[in-house]
Design a protein around this ligand. Structure first.
Ligand code: FES
Ligand SMILES: [Fe+2]
Length: 387
């Protein structure tokens, strides 16, 4: 008989974590901004947040200000959020809707066409000799929409490649009507940790029983400190078990990730029985986002570094339109549950960051269940070495 452990997910040998200085050192962080954040596709928001013409969303990737706006023809446009006159930011709020079909600088009011970023007008009485408006368009950036999710890329040479965009493939979400879903709630917080700690924490469940008692009760497998039934060497002993403790999925009687486990009659009808049995489906697009799919909603979480030791987390909850239109549907049931879990994770990431400052601590070590951290670390190392 074959050794079961050859078929399990775990790490088989000692792997070191990333150097602790990579989580604290501002100069190393600048390298990651350059090699990762300014080269990869970065999630902005769901298209429904920019559903109407002239709606915009601003974002700072590293220290690079950008704005994404829907023009009057309905096309999404991305520009650096900077005026060609003397460099003022153009849009000052996170989200908003322009009054006119133009981006007008709030400083001296140069105005730019939405559709091509061209400078339409200055406010000077005359223009100097040799000044041509066509020499001063907004700086464009690449924008792509994938199933309702808007991404930008600061690298002008970047290719769009769905295969490499998602490390945990997105095909598991193919039956979720992501592009038609509506943003019911947006929530944002700042965590005092390096952005990589967010992803490390996201990629393991060793912490689940003590950090997430409520979630571990909803997803019994998590109480065994694993994320997948194949994460233990003896998993085949239970491979035919229908107990959620071994097969995964939600506790008996629960339908979705919510406070009481109930989907309130709004299970997404396109989902298969098998998908509903799984309890949760994920797609991850490092470095900036993951999508979680649940029986009655989806949640997109955006990760954005604010320097070496701060990270902004933004969650959008997506629902089918008829769910949002049902006055009896209590959105807080799912929103409050996930917010609790995200706050618990945020606290865990902050305590991780605090300890990393200890001078003798040079790097950590991974345990077998942390195989996805190894994958993430290799991804980071690879990006930094491909200078
Ligand atoms: S900086 Fe924008 S108009 Fe002067
Ligand atoms: Fe967690």
């Amino acid at each position: 008989m074959e050794n079961n452990s050859t078929h399990s997910n775990e790490l088989k040998q000692v792997e070191t974590s990333l150097p602790s200085s990579w989580y604290c050192d501002p100069s190393h962080h600048l390298l990651e901004e350059k090699q990762i954040w300014q080269k990869d596709w970065v999630y902005v928001c769901h298209g429904n947040a920019l559903a109407k013409p002239r709606q915009y969303q601003t974002l700072t990737i590293g220290n690079q200000p950008i704005v994404v706006v829907r023009d009057d023809e309905g096309v999404l446009r991305g520009y650096y959020n900077t005026c060609r006159h003397r460099g003022s930011a153009l849009c000052l709020t996170k989200t908003g809707r322009l009054d006119a079909n133009a981006l007008v600088c709030p400083y001296h009011q140069w105005s730019y066409r939405l559709k091509d970023g061209g400078l339409a007008a200055t406010t000077s009485f005359t223009e100097p000799q040799g000044f041509n408006k066509q020499d001063y368009p907004l700086f464009p950036i690449a924008v792509r929409e994938w199933r309702g999710a808007i991404f930008v890329n600061l690298d002008p040479k970047a290719d769009w490649d769905e295969e490499s965009l998602f490390q945990r493939p997105a095909d598991g979400l193919s039956r979720f009507p992501l592009e038609e879903m509506k943003v019911g709630k947006t929530w944002s917080t700042i965590i005092n940790c390096n952005w990589k700690l967010f992803w490390e924490n996201f990629n393991e469940c060793l912490h689940c029983p003590n950090i997430h008692p409520e979630l571990s009760a909803l997803v019994p497998l998590y109480s065994r400190r694993i994320m997948d039934k194949m994460d233990r060497p003896d998993w085949e002993n239970h491979k035919d078990s229908n107990d959620p403790l071994y097969r995964g999925g939600l506790r008996a009687g629960a339908e979705t990730w919510s406070k009481d486990g109930q989907a309130q009659g709004h299970v997404i009808s396109s989902l298969s029985h098998e998908e509903l049995d799984r309890g949760q489906l994920y797609a991850t697009a490092w470095p900036s986002m993951f999508i979680g799919g649940y029986a009655d909603h989806a949640r997109i979480v955006r990760v954005m570094p604010k320097g070496a030791t701060q990270t902004e987390i933004t969650a959008e909850w997506l629902f089918e339109e008829e769910t949002l239109n049902d006055p009896a549907y209590d959105m807080a049931n799912v929103v409050d549950f996930a917010t609790l879990v995200m706050e618990q994770d945020g606290d865990a990431c902050e305590m991780n960051q605090l300890g990393l400052n200890a001078a003798p601590f040079k790097e950590g070590v991974l345990m077998p269940e942390e195989y996805l951290l190894k994958r993430f670390h290799d991804w980071v190392r690879d990006k930094l070495h491909s200078a």
